[in-house]
Design a protein around this ligand. Structure first.
Ligand SMILES: CC(C)(COP(=O)(O)OP(=O)(O)OC[C@H]1O[C@@H](n2cnc3c(N)ncnc32)[C@H](O)[C@@H]1OP(=O)(O)O)[C@@H](O)C(=O)NCCC(=O)NCCS
Length: 158
C-alpha cells in the first residue's frame, strides 16, 4: 500500500476523512509576539497579576492566537494546493494556557467543484485539542483548493 504525502489536492480530500496534526506547546513567547504583532494587549494575556483574579486564574492565549496556531498546524496538508482561504469561524470552549500542548484533528465535511477554477471549495472542521484530549476550540474553514499546484494555470474561466 502506498500513502500519498501532503500537500493534498482538491481530489485527494474525501468527505469524512480525518487527519491529525502534530502537537505544539504554547509558550509565553507566542503570547507576547502575538500581542506585539496585533496590538492586542488585553491584560488577560499579558498581565499575570490581573489574570490571576479572573475566571481563568492566570494568563490565557488570545483566542485568535489559538486559531492562528491551529490553522498553522493544519496548513502542511494544503501548502501549495491552496488557491485561497475563503471563510473562517470558530468557537473557543476552554482556555489555552502557557505550557499547554495543542494539536488539531481536521475533518473534511463538504466539497464541491468550482466552475471558475480547476479545483473546488472544501469545508473543513478543525477540532483543537489539548494534552488532556479536551477540545479547546472548534474551527470551521472553507478553502478553495486546486486539483494540482495552485498556480495561475488553474483558472478555467475569466
Ligand atoms: C468562556 C468559558 C469560561 C465559558 O464556560 P462555561 O461558563 O462553562 O460556559 P457556559 O456554556 O455556561 O456559558 C456561559 C454563558 O456564555 C454563553 N455562551 C457560551 N458560548 C457561547 C457562544 N459561542 N455564543 C454565545 N453565547 C455563548 C452561554 O449561553 C452562557 O450564557 P448565560 O450566562 O446567559 O447562560 C469557556 O467556554 C472558556 O474557557 N472558553 C475559552 C475562552 C478563551 O480562552 N478565549 C480566548 C481568550 S480570552
Amino acid at each position: 500500500m502506498s500513502i500519498k504525502l501532503p500537500p493534498y489536492t482538491f481530489d485527494d480530500f474525501q468527505v469524512g476523512m480525518k487527519i491529525k496534526s502534530q502537537g505544539l506547546t504554547i509558550t509565553e513567547t507566542h503570547i507576547i509576539q502575538f500581542a506585539e504583532l496585533t496590538g492586542d494587549y488585553n491584560p488577560l494575556h499579558i498581565n499575570e497579576i490581573f489574570a490571576k483574579d479572573t475566571i481563568f486564574e492566570g494568563r490565557v492565549a488570545h483566542g485568535l492566537l489559538t486559531l492562528s496556531i491551529a490553522f498553522g498546524l493544519f496548513v502542511p496538508l494544503v501548502a501549495g494546493t491552496t488557491i485561497a482561504l475563503l471563510e473562517v469561524s470558530s468557537k473557543f470552549l476552554k482556555p489555552v494556557k502557557i505550557g499547554d500542548t495543542i494539536y488539531v484533528i481536521t475533518e473534511v465535511v463538504d466539497k464541491r467543484p468550482s466552475n471558475k477554477y480547476n479545483g473546488g471549495v472544501i469545508t473543513f472542521k478543525h477540532e483543537v485539542k489539548n494534552q488532556n484530549e479536551e477540545t479547546v476550540a472548534i474551527i470551521e474553514t472553507k478553502l478553495l483548493l486546486a486539483r494540482d499546484l495552485a498556480l495561475k494555470k488553474n483558472v478555467l474561466k475569466h
